[in-house]
Design a protein around this ligand. Structure first.
Ligand SMILES: N[C@@H](Cc1ccccc1)C(=O)O
Length: 412
């Protein structure tokens, strides 16, 4: 008797963890700093708006992806739906984001390692960044499987340290600080626009969508659910993070963080003067390492695969060594020369990600509806949502260009 065995699909939660693991990373540490101008209430609205648009653009990418063979990359979709010019723009913006994030992770990694080790070991930030980069490069060079295993451990550790540290700090939050009651006539709104690209970068995960569609055997519903849950986990983590940080460190304290360069170590140092107990500080440090390392592993693995594909390097240990050198040497050298560019890097990552994680997905959905009218999955909201998402992208570009040209007020 012949029997068709139903395809066993992995649980929605697994995909949600992949998405949350990519999204929650270096961007998160920039959020309280870059929103110190608009502060807590305003940034809550901005986070929800950004989450919504980044979730929608993910669904649009999925819509296009499902019309192509399993696992088709950005390259295949953009080339077929938008042509060669867009394909080049898209490819460049992907490579740029991956490179600049790799730099940001090395810079930030150096900053927290040297911050936590100052009392026991006199190691400067540049050396610490170098060690961090070498360790991650080694794991990525080993194999995708090694990255997968270590990431699972890291995400487990992140959940534990985040829950313990945040639940303790939760109780310490002071409404006077959180709502900035001591400052009368404070201005918030003028500082809002400049923060957007950092929030956008923090919700970036879109490179994972083709892989996720493959993981769920092209079942739209499972992918949609895991995107929804994964991005909501990121949103909840960011809101809690904002709540405990901006409810414990007074708004004026951020002027010092920004003056010191705005790296993670500077932010964590502000908690030394506060009410946070030494144990909670250690937990937060541990959380920061793990959040950084897990994104660093994921992003640099993506970059290594991209480079291997671009230069046609083989998947042998010699080929992987070449890919690893092209992946890690330029950002490591940049981090040695400019150890404190963390915030700039996240802002530029947000700008470039606007292209491939916001505008291109919206354009792909529009083009794919014309080319494949019989498609079964459609992202919600029709053409209105396509333009809504494109508008969000344009706001981010204007925000970044204007703030780079010093046209926007800066809280410092
Ligand atoms: N969201 C990631 C950065 C990222 C952006 C775009 C794609 C992938 C990752 C972070 O905050 O660290």
């Amino acid at each position: 008797m012949s029997q068709t065995t139903p395809i066993k699909r992995p649980s929605v939660l697994g995909g949600a963890m992949i998405i949350a693991g990519t999204a929650v990373g270096a961007g998160m540490f920039s959020i309280p700093i870059v929103t110190s101008g608009v502060w807590f209430s305003g940034s809550t609205l901005m986070l929800v708006y950004t989450w919504f648009c980044m979730f929608m653009s993910g669904l649009m990418l999925l819509e296009a992806n499902l019309n192509y063979p399993v696992g088709s990359s950005f390259h295949t979709m953009v080339k077929s739906l938008l042509g060669n010019i867009w394909n080049s723009i898209n490819g460049l913006s992907v490579a740029f984001v991956l490179y600049i994030l790799t730099y940001a992770y090395i810079s930030a990694g150096g900053s927290i390692i040297s911050h936590t080790l100052t009392s026991v070991l006199d190691i400067n930030q540049t050396m610490a960044g170098l060690l961090f980069a070498i360790l991650v490069a080694f794991i990525v060079w080993l194999s995708t499987k090694a990255v997968d295993r270590i990431n699972t451990i890291l995400i487990g550790g992140m959940v534990i340290t985040f829950v313990f540290s945040v639940s303790d700090m939760f109780a310490q939050v002071q409404p006077e600080i959180l709502f900035n009651r001591s400052e009368s006539n404070a201005e918030y709104l003028p500082y809002a626009l400049a923060a957007f690209p950092y929030l956008l970068a923090s919700f970036g995960y879109h490179g994972n969508i083709p892989g996720l569609a493959k993981y769920y055997h092209q079942d739209a519903k499972s992918v949609v659910h895991s995107l929804l849950i994964g991005t909501l986990i990121a949103l909840v983590i960011y809101l809690l993070w904002q709540y405990v940080i901006q409810g414990n460190i007074p708004r004026a304290g951020f002027k010092q963080v920004i003056a010191e360069g705005g790296n993670i170590g500077n932010l964590l140092a502000q908690l030394d003067n506060g009410v946070v107990t030494p144990l909670v500080k250690q937990l937060l440090n541990a959380f920061s390492y793990m959040a950084l390392a897990s994104s660093f592993l994921g992003v640099s693995l993506g970059l290594l695969d991209y480079i291997a594909d671009f230069f046609k390097f083989e998947d042998t240990s010699a080929g992987r060594t070449k890919s690893a050198l092209v992946t890690f040497v330029p950002p490591t050298v940049a981090a040695l020369l400019f150890p404190d560019g963390f915030l700039y890097a996240i802002g530029f990552a947000g700008l470039a990600a606007t292209i491939w994680a916001v505008i291109v997905p919206a354009m792909l959905a529009r083009a794919s509806r014309k080319k494949f009218p019989q498609a079964t999955y459609h992202a919600p909201g029709g053409n209105f949502m396509v333009y809504f998402v494109i508008l969000f992208g344009l706001i981010n570009i204007v925000a970044h260009v204007a703030s780079t040209l010093n046209l926007l007020p800066v809280y410092k």
